[in-house]
Structures are given as structure tokens and as C-alpha cells.
Design a binder for this molecule. Structure first.
Ligand SMILES: Cc1ncc(COP(=O)(O)O)c(C=O)c1O
Length: 362
């Protein structure tokens, strides 16, 4: 990234030689991403992150096909960057929204999707892995059902990439795949959307003809450089190594699960190897997160984006938790630098933190 912060100030849209150098870099970055994805460079759109990729996919596809049908389908556990545009389409633009329920593990049933599809369905959006509890969805199966029925399928793979075994972008059987760089050690504010040709969603940003007329705005070269390297380094060989993380996760699950009143909410199987989420009876997330922070432990509640708000987790509600427990979600995430000692130290402070958050009672 550094050359683009220090000396390479060219704008890829400028005609002069400095601009042309920037354009050559941008074209090369797109080729490199396409090589990892095994797709055409024109099928890769650079965006500002997962939120924008999801908004472009949902709003862009629905609006593109609004004359064909006004029914869209999503799941109850999506990130708000999918749920909110879907709700917007339903409240403001005349679309009908079906929200698929999930089972106790947070998983969507392929049969439920089959039943929900209608002749006027124009889009299905189901995430590849959940950001709050780590559930991995059967996206390839869901995508195959949509393809059979001729319905566009989008998956938000923000949490999945860099953690699960990646072969190529086609393994999701999706027409659109959202990518978010900072989830796999890329820079923040960088993302991509894979759009399978010849699909062309309506743009949501208007202005110049950047990104194949799909996303107006001068390209952010430093973060494109960072994301491209992260994609090359960390997808095919996931940066979150499952073999290293699995024993650490097991230790965490065992220690956390042994504290009275704690219920582990991350499923044991088909779950991201770095995620252990749990709810705590008689506490709320904010007290728990603040208590953990005082002990030097950086934990999250639902999605980082809503940390600080006291909204109960919609994901916990969807898997059947009562409202008070949905308010007490804590998510611990392991990374490539996590050690056994760190896991042990979290385990040793957890019951004390919970006791304090409950006002002294364990
Ligand atoms: C599943 C999922 N989708 C989308 C996003 C949004 O990504 P960003 O905040 O980078 O726009 C996130 C980030 O937390 C996420 O976990």
C-alpha cells in the first residue's frame, strides 16, 4: 500500500503518464484478484467494503429486475448491510420480502428456500457465514436451487473468506459474492463484489463511469493494493488456519461452557473455526464487554457495528433465544496470533467478570 500513500499520486482516470501508471496498476490488481477467483477481470468490482458490496448486490439486482418481479428472499440472520436494504425495498419500493427462518444452529433449510421461491422472485440473498455466531450456511446447495429456478443468488461471504477452504469464487454457486478485506487481514474500507457475467445490476452510485459503469468514484488505490495482496496471500491458504484454531476454540468452548448460566451459541459443527459466541443469563452485553475490557480482553457483542447499542441480537432471537438472553451475547474471536496462554487468561477472568456483571452473584 505504501507506494500509493507516499509517491504514486496518479488518478487512474487521468490521461497523462502518471495517471496511466495508476491505471496500469489498477488493471493489474483486478487481473490478480480475478486469477485467485478464477473469473474474468470484468466480473470484479472494487468497493469500499462489505456494506457497499451488499447494498450494490441487493438494491442493484432488485431494481434491475423490478419489471420481471417484486419478490425478494433473505434470511433472518443476515448482517444489517443485507437486511436493511431488503427492508428498504419492501417499505419504499413495492417489493415483497420473505425472511427465511433458521434452526437452532442459525442454519437456513434448503427445503424452506425451495418452498419460498415464487415465479416473481428476482433475488435470494443468504450469507456464507454468520458474523455473530459463526454458522456456515449450505450456500452451494442454496445457490444450486436458485440456479435451477433461474433466480439470481447473492451471498455475503465477508466472514467466510480467509477462514474456510477456498477453491474459487464459483464454489458458492452464486451470481454475486460480497468480499470484505479487513476480515482476512486486508485494510479497512476495502471490498469487492463478484458479479457473474452477463448480470449487470443497476448502480447505486452515479457519477463517472468507473468500475464498468457500476460504481462511480475515483478508485482508492492504496486499499485496492492492500486488498489484492491479502486476497492473493490469505484465501487459498486461509489466514485463519483451521488446524491451529480448532484446539484453541475447543478449550474456549469447554471453559466458557462450564460457567453457570452461560450458553454457547456457536454451533459445534459447520461453524467458523475462530468464533465462540455465548449468552449469559442475568447479564447484558455492555456490562460483560466493559468488564472483559478492564481485564484486557477485547470481545464483541453482536456485530461490531452495533456494539455500543443495547439492541438485542437479531441473530440470537432468530435461533430462538428469549429477548433478555439475546441482549447478553458475547463473541470471542481467535486470530492467527492467538496463543494458548491468551485463551487460558480469558478463561481465568471470565467467571469473575460475569460475577461482577451480575452484581456479585455467580
Ligand atoms: C457478514 C458481514 N457482512 C458485511 C459486513 C460489513 O462490512 P463493512 O463494515 O466492512 O462494510 C460485515 C462487517 O462486520 C460482516 O460481518
Amino acid at each position: 500500500m505504501l507506494p500509493f500513500l507516499e509517491g504514486e499520486f496518479g488518478n487512474p482516470s487521468s490521461i497523462h503518464h502518471v495517471g496511466r501508471r495508476a491505471r496500469a496498476f489498477l488493471d493489474d490488481a483486478r487481473d490478480r484478484v480475478a486469477r485467485v477467483f478464477a473469473c474474468k477481470p470484468s466480473e470484479v468490482i472494487f468497493t469500499s467494503g462489505g456494506t457497499e458490496s451488499n447494498n450494490l448486490a441487493v438494491l442493484g439486482v432488485a431494481r434491475r429486475f423490478r419489471d420481471k418481479g417484486r419478490h425478494i428472499i433473505t434470511s433472518a440472520v443476515e448482517h444489517h448491510a443485507v437486511i436493511h436494504p431488503c427492508e428498504y425495498l419492501s417499505k419504499k419500493e413495492g417489493f415483497e420480502l420473505t425472511v427465511l427462518p433458521v434452526d437452532g444452529a442459525g442454519r437456513v433449510s434448503p427445503d424452506a428456500l425451495r418452498k419460498a421461491l415464487r415465479p416473481d422472485t428476482v433475488l435470494v440473498s443468504v450469507m456464507a457465514a454468520n458474523n455473530e455466531i459463526g454458522t456456515v450456511q449450505p450456500v452451494a446447495e442454496l445457490g444450486a436451487i436458485c440456479r435451477e429456478r433461474g433466480v439470481v443468488f447473492h451471498t455475503d461471504a465477508a466472514q467466510w473468506l480467509g477462514k474456510e477452504p477456498f477453491v474459487d469464487i464459483h464454489q458458492f454457486n452464486a451470481d454475486l459474492v460480497s468480499v470484505c478485506a479487513h476480515k482476512f487481514h486486508g485494510p479497512k474500507g476495502a471490498g469487492a463484489l463478484f458479479i457473474r457475467s452477463p448480470l449487470l445490476p443497476d448502480p447505486i452510485l452515479f457519477g463517472g463511469g468507473h468500475e464498468n459503469e457500476l460504481r462511480a468514484g475515483t478508485e482508492n488505490l492504496p486499499v485496492v493494493a492492500g486488498m489484492t495482496s491479502a486476497i492473493e496471500l490469505f484465501l487459498r491458504t486461509p489466514v485463519f488456519n483451521q488446524e491451529t484454531l480448532a484446539p484453541l476454540r475447543e478449550r474456549l468452548r469447554t471453559a466458557v461452557g462450564a460457567v453457570p448460566g452461560v450458553t454457547i451459541r456457536s454451533p459445534r459443527n459447520e461453524c467458523l473455526s475462530n468464533t465462540v459466541s455465548f449468552s449469559v443469563k442475568g447479564c447484558d452485553s455492555i456490562a460483560l464487554l466493559a468488564g472483559l475490557d478492564l481485564e484486557g480482553v477485547c470481545a464483541s457483542s453482536g456485530s461490531a457495528c452495533s456494539a455500543g447499542s443495547l439492541e438485542p441480537s437479531h441473530v440470537l432471537k432468530a435461533i430462538g433465544c428469549a429477548a433478555d438472553e439475546a441482549n447478553s451475547l458475547v463473541r470471542l474471536s481467535l486470530g492467527r496470533e492467538s496463543t494458548v496462554e491468551e485463551v487460558q487468561s480469558v478463561c481465568s477472568v471470565l467467571s469473575v467478570v460475569i460475577k461482577r456483571a451480575r452484581g456479585g452473584e455467580l
